[in-house]
Ligand binder design. Structure first.
Ligand SMILES: Cc1ncc(COP(=O)(O)O)c(C=O)c1O
Length: 421
């Protein structure tokens, strides 16, 4: 094994020298491959298909441009994500505005920017949009977010009667849903397209998606027979898993796409549904594994029970371990050929005891100045980063075919105070 890890044939030591640390490094070809795979695998002869990249996973202009290049659509959840996408030249016709509490200025901004479709989350939002669109001379497409009571936040999934989710309207409330759809149908500038559901993240069991589809299509059938409602679009949300540690074994993409498509086809036929379009919204699975974070090792400390290796970043660039005990794997990237003899805890430099990046890692003996890499940090790392302790956000680089390029600059001290008055 080579001593120094390479990403897309670029030695990480070179990246650290050129751009500094901490540094988010993305393998651009890995992102491209995922976008290409989703686009080619998620297809059907019975209905149209659409893959929306959930931009919350990693939303910067260069990423949006890649999504555009491969012809995927975009799931956006804030005025800021819409602004980023528009700045990257993304067509608002392929943007879908999601969220349970879109503010009035955000909705106005989306409407005036001609964002074509809103995922409507609740009755108050629906009523606002019906009123708001009366003054417009274009049409707004609406997909209603519902809560199917299928929960898949871990390796297991459960079918619940959970009606208390913050997101969507519970599918049991058929009268309310039917009333809303009638309201949409009576509104000249609103086109009701269908339903959206999202059952969780890091889903490892394909049967969770099968349960979601069966529940949703039965619900659509009941609305059709009991209320005469025809829904042409079904959006199944995101949640496709990524590999963080060796414990993670996601469903291979061809299998998950095939499962979703074949189950939708079977249910469309079973219930004779007028289903014309099926959509999914992957975020994490497109960018997580393509991204890594490079840190410089600083001091080390041995306590009664632990040996700590401290690095020059932490929860400000990766909040996930502190937020929900997310697990990562890591290496000393300039000692890849050395035996892993030390059991250590990798901790950040932020003033929080919970600022631990990897609770238990086997690493070779390392020294200040070595480079530590955490893998699979490409999703919800940069987008959840903060200025806690007035630490600047790291730079982001894309590497491809032996070349690197800076796509987001590192914050300077000036950047940290630029909004202070
Ligand atoms: C509605 C919706 N769609 C898509 C996603 C993306 O999920 P993932 O990144 O797990 O694919 C999320 C994540 O929270 C979501 O809430």
């Amino acid at each position: 094994m080579e001593k120094v890890l390479r990403i897309q044939n670029v030695p990480v030591t070179k990246l650290a020298e050129e751009y500094g640390t901490p540094l988010y490094v993305y393998d651009e070809n890995a992102i491209r491959q995922k976008l290409k795979d989703y686009k080619s695998l998620f297809t059907s002869e019975l209905f149209d298909t659409e893959v929306l990249y959930a931009s919350k996973a990693f939303c910067i202009k260069e990423m949006v441009k890649l999504v555009n290049e491969y012809g995927l659509s975009l799931d956006v959840v804030s005025g800021g994500e819409i602004y980023t996408a528009l700045a990257a030249g993304f067509d608002p016709d392929r943007m879908y505005f999601n969220g349970n509490n879109k503010s009035v200025p955000e909705m106005d901004y989306a409407i005036s920017s001609k964002v074509k479709t809103f995922f409507v989350d609740n009755i108050m939002e629906a009523r606002y949009l019906v009123e708001r669109m009366k003054n417009e001379d274009h049409q707004l497409h609406i997909i209603l977010r519902v809560n199917p009571g299928v929960d898949a936040h871990t390796h297991k999934f459960i079918v619940t009667a959970n009606v208390d989710s913050k997101f969507g309207i519970a599918i049991g409330l058929k009268d309310e849903i039917a009333q809303l759809i009638r309201l949409f149908d009576e509104s000249e500038n609103i086109v009701f397209d269908g339903f959206q559901a999202h059952i969780g993240s890091q889903i490892f069991d394909k049967n969770a998606f099968v349960a979601e589809i069966k529940t949703m299509t039965k619900f659509m059938y009941e609305l059709q027979t009991e209320y005469g409602i025809q829904a042409k679009t079904l959006d199944l949300g995101g949640g496709f898993a990524a590999v963080y540690t060796e414990e993670d074994t996601p469903i291979p993409l061809p299998v998950v796409c095939d499962t979703i498509i074949s189950t939708c086809q079977a249910m469309k036929e079973k219930y004779n549904l007028p289903l014309e379009r099926v959509m999914i919204e992957p975020g994490r699975s497109i960018v997580a594994e393509a991204g890594s974070t490079l840190y410089t090792v600083g001091f080390q400390k041995t306590t009664l029970h632990k040996k700590y290796v401290f690095v020059d970043g932490g929860m400000s660039d990766n909040i996930r371990p502190a937020l929900y005990e997310a697990k990562y794997s890591c290496d000393i990237a300039n000692r890849m050929d050395e035996d892993k003899t030390e059991k250590v805890c990798v901790a950040g430099k932020l003033c929080e005891s919970g600022d631990i990046l990897v609770q238990q890692a086997m690493l070779p003996k390392c020294e200040p100045g070595d480079l530590l890499i955490t893998y699979t940090t490409g999703a919800y790392g940069f987008t959840m980063s903060s200025h806690y302790n007035r630490i600047g956000r790291p730079a982001v680089v894309f590497v491809k075919d032996g070349q690197s390029r800076l796509v987001v600059k590192r914050d300077t001290y000036e950047d940290l105070i630029k909004q202070d008055l």
